[in-house]
Ligand binder design. Structure first.
Ligand code: ST9
Ligand code: ZN
Ligand code: ZN
Length: 340
């Protein structure tokens, strides 16, 4: 069925490689298997992923016009709840907690974030974080999984439809992942990901509306797909649009930019120039503007009950100093924030 085809996106190619290889053999084996000389790069399209994304996007267009308008209000409510938890699972979880260690979280919060991150179906936390740390360490080089120098489409979704550049594997090995290996919640999700992801992303949001408020199975299923595809595209905009368009008040030498529309669509992850300048700041923005940064609001809410703690934040002085040294001049000395 469809969701299994979608789950296949992550499973098939990996099964053989993970089972047969040890970590240290991977790159060498990968080259031999595909006959890639050390220096050369061949663009290799992974057709299974292309097909999966074409199907998912086609169903979403159908869903937007012919399923969503006929869906029951509770089904739409569930879609919004799913969007919220999927989003914070990525932003407050995979991104700010696990990839950048911007704050610490007690296990109940990590459990909530892990399930939210699974609902987002953007690879398991371990893989998401590894790719993201490699993106920060080698931004806009061949070792960057979604190198924005290769254009909007590649950095948006094209990178998920081709084999990775060998530099991603080679240089990616220098990234330390031992902190995640010690997080039992992360490792539990990694182990059970292929069962959890279809269940949480597609089966549950199809069955729940059918069982509890008599929604048509097909409507519930298409709405679940639509929710998934919208959240994917919003997320991908951080890698594409926010690496192309916007001001660079903190560092004009990098492609990452302050992109307000993207920030609004991604729970506050579009202040990307700031984020690349201060990746450890838990707000991922200079100011904690809740309306544009629902992820910061989420973390602060859990800080109130002590489940989130040790939040890291750049001081105004640090930010000013950096803006003066490397910024494009768009952050005035009097502003608290370039957006006023
Ligand atoms: C998705 C991810 O959509 C989106 C990430 C977005 C990030 C955005 C960040 C911005 C901030 C946050 C914003 C949030 C906003 C949220 C708002 C929400 C409204 N380092 O990958 P393999 C090695 S996923 C080190 O198979 P291939 C490693 O040994 C969408 N080593 O390479 C690995 O083996 P193992 C759904 C690395 O064969 C081996 O290489 N999922 C690294 O070239 C092979 O790795 C999909 O579509 C590294 N970074 O295949 C799945 N990487 O893992 C798509 C690899 O065993 N993925 N190695 O250790 C695939 O099918 C494949 O990965 C591939 C490449 C075809 C793309
Ligand atoms: Zn970036
Ligand atoms: Zn980041």
């Amino acid at each position: 069925s469809l969701f299994l085809a979608a789950a296949d996106v992550i499973s098939l190619e990996k099964c053989e490689s993970t089972k047969l290889q040890t970590q240290s053999q991977t790159t060498q084996h990968y080259r031999q298997q595909r006959q890639i000389p050390k220096s050369k790069y061949h663009l290799q399209i992974v057709w299974r992923n292309v097909i999966a994304f074409v199907i998912l996007h086609s169903l979403s267009v159908y869903g937007l016009f012919w399923a969503l308008p006929y869906a029951k209000v509770y089904t739409i409510g569930l879609m919004l709840i799913y969007s919220y938890f999927g989003a914070v699972g990525i932003t407050a979880g995979a991104h700010r907690l696990w990839a950048h260690k911007c704050y610490k979280a007690k296990w109940p919060l990590r459990l909530i974030l892990m399930f939210g991150q699974t609902m987002a179906f953007q690879n398991h936390i371990y893989e998401w974080v590894r790719d993201h740390r490699v993106h920060h360490k080698f931004t806009d080089t061949d070792a960057d999984p979604h190198n924005s120098k290769r254009g909007f489409f590649f950095s948006h979704m094209g990178w998920l439809m081709v084999r990775k550049h060998v530099d991603v594997m080679d240089k990616g090995k220098t990234v330390d992942m031992s902190d995640l290996e010690q997080d039992s919640i992360v490792m539990w999700q990694k182990k059970h990901y292929l069962k959890l992801v279809p269940l949480l992303t597609f089966v549950m949001p199809t069955i729940i509306p059918y069982a509890f408020w008599n929604e048509k199975l097909s409507t519930a299923f298409i709405v679940a797909i639509l929710r998934y595809v919208i959240s994917l595209n919003f997320t991908w905009l951080v890698n594409s649009a926010a690496h192309i368009w916007g001001m660079k008040p903190y560092d004009k030498t990098i492609s990452a930019a302050e992109n307000l529309p993207v920030a609004a669509l991604t729970f506050g992850e579009g202040f990307h120039n700031y984020h690349h300048a201060f990746p450890w700041d838990y707000k991922a923005a200079e100011l904690g503007n809740y309306s544009l940064n629902l992820s910061t609001a989420f973390i602060d809410m859990f800080a109130k009950i002590g489940w989130a703690y040790d939040m890291k934040m750049a001081t105004k002085e640090m930010v000013m100093k950096r803006a003066k040294r490397t910024g494009d001049g768009s952050r005035s000395e009097h502003d608290g924030d370039i957006w006023g």
